[in-house]
Design a protein around this ligand. Structure first.
Ligand code: ATP
Length: 328
């Protein structure tokens, strides 16, 4: 027999991402639509442990669809990594009468939810919110599309300076494990080279490629570097290497950092967040638990948490080839 769910909690956990507010709004309004009470849980699992809950209705989430960050705040909770912490969190949920929760976050947040589900047989559902797009089971995570547009905009501006001064810029973008951001913004921003975690270009080939583009008449260059690029050098070390091996270049570095995470979510992220919230709540209502909501070929799909956490999100190899051709 299906357990009837009457109160659902929603939290944002791990790093913030544009579109989290739109997902909270969707969760709250879908609950209201189905006559289910909804509670916002502040500061991720930390707030769950402390019982920092607020009842939300359809009007509590007005005016947030266009806002970056998360109105519920986010946190990393070391206490939730311990059994004692999770027991406390469970007690707080029971005390408030919450009988399921939706966590909006990354794979760490899903691991926490999965363990919680195993320990207390508590219904949980995940919505992937992280700009890196590094989660298996969805072609897009919340915030990824917005981050792409933010970074391309920044690269366009850097290009203005690069071409005015005949400079070479190394632009570091987010992406410790996967090169989705670097690869896409590299193509969209007309980068001469793109360094990603999946492929080791090698320092010599990089210098050779820059020499070639200079010879072909290019007076400025942009090299996009993912944080976790496989050459294993920081952008500053790359600059030093090029400085030493190519005297004729004026090399600069730009680390985009946290600005990539901020800003108003794109139309795509707002729509995706709205769809994910509906799917998460309606899946919980029909008795499903321990899944992450994702999108594949424009269809909403569920991926079991253990697969979402263990699986690896892969870059599109065709994009590598497109990039090679574009930089001729
Ligand atoms: P991001 O992609 O932004 O890093 P994330 O969800 O992966 O997001 P984490 O800091 O890894 O971010 O995880 C968020 C929270 O999830 C942690 O602070 C912790 O409370 C909980 N968590 C992560 N891993 C575990 C685990 N193995 N056991 C219990 N809880 C966990």
């Amino acid at each position: 027999m299906l357990q009837t769910i009457k109160k659902i909690g929603v939290l944002t956990s791990g790093g913030d991402a544009p579109g989290m507010n739109a997902a909270i709004r969707s969760v709250v309004r879908t609950c209201a639509f189905h006559d289910i009470k909804c509670y916002g849980i502040y500061r991720g699992y930390e707030g769950m442990i402390e019982g920092d809950f607020v009842e939300m209705d359809a009007r509590s989430v007005k005016g947030i669809i266009n806002k970056g960050g998360t109105m519920l705040k986010s946190a990393r909770s070391t206490k939730f990594r311990t059994k004692e912490g999770r027991i406390k969190a469970h007690e707080q949920l029971l005390k408030a009468g919450i009988d399921a929760f939706v966590v909006i976050g990354g794979d760490g947040s899903f691991t926490g939810a999965m363990i919680f589900n195993q320990e207390f047989n508590f219904p949980v559902m995940g919505i992937p919110g992280t700009i890196d797009n590094d989660i298996y089971g969805t072609s897009h995570t919340l915030g990824y599309d917005t981050a792409l547009n933010t970074v391309v905009d920044a690269i366009d501006k850097i290009r203005d300076t690069a071409s005015s001064h005949n400079r070479l810029f190394f632009v570091e973008v987010m992406g410790r494990d996967v090169g989705h951001i670097a690869l896409n913004v590299g193509i969209a921003g007309g980068a001469e080279e793109i360094l990603i975690p999946e492929e080791d270009l090698g320092l010599d080939r990089l210098v050779e490629s820059l020499r070639r583009s200079k010879k072909s008449g290019k007076s400025s260059s942009i090299v996009v570097v993912a944080e976790g690029d496989k050459i294993g050098k920081s952008v500053f070390e790359l600059k030093d290497y090029v400085d030493q091996n190519m005297e004729d270049y004026d090399v600069r570095v730009s680390v985009l950092g946290h600005m990539q995470r901020g800003g108003s979510p794109s139309c795509f992220d707002r729509v995706l967040a709205s769809r994910m919230g509906v799917k998460a709540i309606e899946s919980l209502i029909t008795g499903k638990s321990n899944y992450m909501v994702g999108i594949k070929n424009d269809v909403m799909e569920l991926t079991p948490f253990d697969q979402a956490v263990k699986g690896k999100s892969k870059i599109n190899m065709e994009l590598l080839r497109v990039s090679d051709i574009m930089t001729i």
